[in-house]
Ligand binder design. Structure first.
Ligand code: HEM
Length: 209
């Protein structure tokens, strides 16, 4: 949501796709996800630029090997810097730019869920030590983000400014924002008759949690 508020054209494009695929009278469900290609690209670009777990769990080599010109003796402890791999300028053009379109164009074949063979994007890690919750995690992120974008228009609270918008992250096992993100969500769906009647109550700004 932090990147999206900085890139309103991405929100607009996602909402156009959601309106076309899901429609304004219901929320996003798991079965919609295969058709929401732009939403998938947003999630991939978010995982690329802000991997929730930026360093893989430690591994230890079971035998001596050689990689990238380095000799790695048996029992070498290895930690993959997923954050750095995701921003490799030899792989991604302008790697620090948030640009979901790259996953619909040049990098559309990238499969962040494969665990093997697709090493440009590994938000769930890789190999046998890969995140065992990857399917649940990936699905929840898509459904929650899809519904946030489908159900609400988003803006900064009154008096908020994009200037100096804080994107500082705090490093731990899981990375998060240093300061809370405060956004205003304005309902944009007509879910049912009751909601339609209630809608008048919600047209004033409601601050998100
Ligand atoms: C967006 C959501 C999630 C992300 C980005 C994520 C990412 C990761 C990453 C990068 C690792 C390290 C993998 C490696 O070193 O190769 C990991 C490990 C792990 N994850 Fe997740 N994860 C997510 C959700 C979940 C969920 C929903 C569960 C459980 C229901 C889960 C359970 C675990 C466990 C138990 C490990 C340790 C596996 C081991 O030590 O072998 N994760 N996760």
């Amino acid at each position: 949501m932090s990147e999206l508020i900085l890139h309103p054209h991405v929100i607009k494009q996602a909402q156009e796709e959601l309106d076309a695929v899901v429609g304004a009278d219901r929320m996003v469900g798991e079965s919609d996800l295969p058709k929401l290609h732009y939403l998938q690209a947003i999630v991939k670009e978010t995982f690329r630029t802000h991997p929730p777990v930026p360093l893989s769990l430690p591994r230890e080599s079971t035998h001596a090997t050689r990689a990238l010109g380095y000799d790695l003796p048996k029992h070498t402890r290895q930690i993959l810097n997923l954050f750095a791999i995701h921003r490799d300028p030899d792989v991604y053009e302008n790697p620090d730019n948030f640009d979901p379109d790259r996953f619909l164009e040049k990098h559309q074949e990238v499969d962040h869920m494969s665990g093997y063979g697709s090493y440009q994007l590994m938000p769930f890690g890789v190999g046998r030590r890969m995140c065992p919750g990857y399917q649940l995690g990936d699905m929840v992120v898509h459904v929650v983000l899809g519904n946030l974008l489908h159900s609400f228009d988003w803006s900064l609270p009154k008096g908020g400014s994009m200037e100096g918008f804080d994107m500082t992250e705090v490093m731990s096992i899981v990375v998060g924002r240093k300061t809370p993100l405060h956004l205003v969500g304005t309902p944009r769906l007509l879910l049912n008759e009751q909601f339609t009647q209630d809608k008048g109550r919600f047209t004033h700004e409601t601050e998100s949690p």
